[in-house]
Design a protein around this ligand. Structure first.
Ligand code: GDP
Ligand code: MG
Length: 347
């Protein structure tokens, strides 16, 4: 394939990647914690907590970082009769469902679940407010088992149950991993990139997914290069790199405000990494990185990505430099996120 064809292909691939979304629908009784969970999963306050969406006409929809969450209104209510519910909310389109409960499972939730199961849809049961699960003299494991038994009895089949607490963070990592395990291909990677990491393991998944995305963007930046970058003997599209860097920051939850605070951290490594992440975000910073990697003798090649980016592009100097630049930025963001996790630094 010629470099021209490969360039066209990689641009399409990048567009495709950018338009991949994971859509998750949540249902369950008002007050169970659906909005709180959405916010915890994306690591951003996108949904308003403590407001009932049951009475509204439309399902509340939130989108962030390629993840779409829809808070479904009550099933089989006066406003939303069962007969028209699946069509009205286009239930077939969702990748996955979360049945969120905190107290007892309601009849409407059971019925909705059974309809989903009939249509082969994946539904995870989330028992939220785990922090409130307590009874004098009864072990937590026993209380959890009772919940599981109660759900199994209602729905009439074994189902996946995850216990969570938005208050103390219990189970948020397990939930995110369970969701990811029920997705495939590009959606799996989208999830790893967009969802907030609550463990080192998930951070690692995030990094792998970002690495692949870096290879696409770097290839597109190399293929799109029109004007040579001053001081660097190669033509690359800096705007693509700038956009890539912003996406990496978003994927790691590194907002401008958060970074400003982190720069002042009393932990030296945090301050240094936050400084890098901010400095290299600007065009001048990207030029510094480009020059740094262009000057290197041995440029690392990323053999495992050749099938994705194409032979000719992968062999080009532009790609070697842009992928090094992208991975260097990714490394800084990743290390910073590890420090944030280890030191429990919140925004
Ligand atoms: N103790 C406790 N309270 C929670 C938890 N999750 C949500 N809440 C509270 O439960 C109430 C309802 O939460 P919300 O997310 O609005 O529920 P929704 O109606 O299902 O969207 C709010 O006051 C939340 O602060 C949790 O894990 N533990
Ligand atoms: Mg809500």
């Amino acid at each position: 394939m010629s470099i021209h064809d490969e360039a066209e292909k990689i641009r399409r691939k990048l567009d495709e990647e950018n338009s991949t979304t994971v859509s998750v629908a949540l249902f369950g009784q008002p007050g169970a914690g659906k909005s709180s969970l959405i916010n915890k999963i994306v690591g951003q306050k996108v949904a308003e907590v403590g407001v009932e969406t049951d009475k509204t006409v439309a399902a509340a929809s939130y989108e962030a970082k390629g993840l779409r969450f829809v808070d479904l209104p009550g099933y089989g209510t006066k406003n939303f009769p069962k007969e028209s519910y699946f069509q009205k909310f286009d239930i077939q389109q969702f990748d996955l469902f979360l049945c969120v409960t905190s107290g007892k499972l309601h009849q409407a939730d059971t019925e909705f679940f059974q309809e989903l199961a009939r249509r082969g849809k994946v539904c995870i049961f989330v028992v939220n407010k785990h922090d409130e699960l307590w009874e004098d003299g009864i072990a937590i494991e026993e209380l959890e088992q009772r919940k599981i038994n109660d759900i199994t009895k209602h729905v009439g089949q074994p189902v996946k149950v995850v216990f969570t607490s938005c208050r103390n963070g219990t189970g948020l990592d397990a939930l995110s991993i369970e969701i990811q395990n029920n997705l495939d291909g590009a959606k799996r990677e989208r999830w790893a990139r967009g969802a907030k990491a609550y463990s080192a393991r998930f951070l690692q998944e995030k990094k792998s997914a970002c690495e692949k995305y870096v290879s696409y963007a770097a290839a597109a930046a190399a293929a799109n290069g029109i004007n040579p970058v001053p001081g660097v003997d190669v033509a690359v599209d800096i705007s693509i790199i700038m956009k890539l860097f912003k996406e990496i920051r978003d994927d790691y939850g590194l907002t401008d405000n958060f970074l400003t605070n982190l720069k002042q951290s009393s932990i030296p490594v945090v301050g240094r990494l936050a400084n890098n992440v901010v400095q290299y975000a600007a065009k001048e910073g990207i030029l510094i990185l480009l020059k740094r990697f262009a000057g290197r003798q041995a440029v690392k090649t990323f053999a495992k990505y050749i099938p994705f980016v194409g032979q000719a592009i992968a062999a080009s100097l532009g790609y070697a430099i842009t992928s090094n630049v992208g991975n260097s930025y990714l490394s800084d963001c990743h290390e910073l996120a590890e420090e944030i996790l280890n030191n429990k630094l919140g925004e």
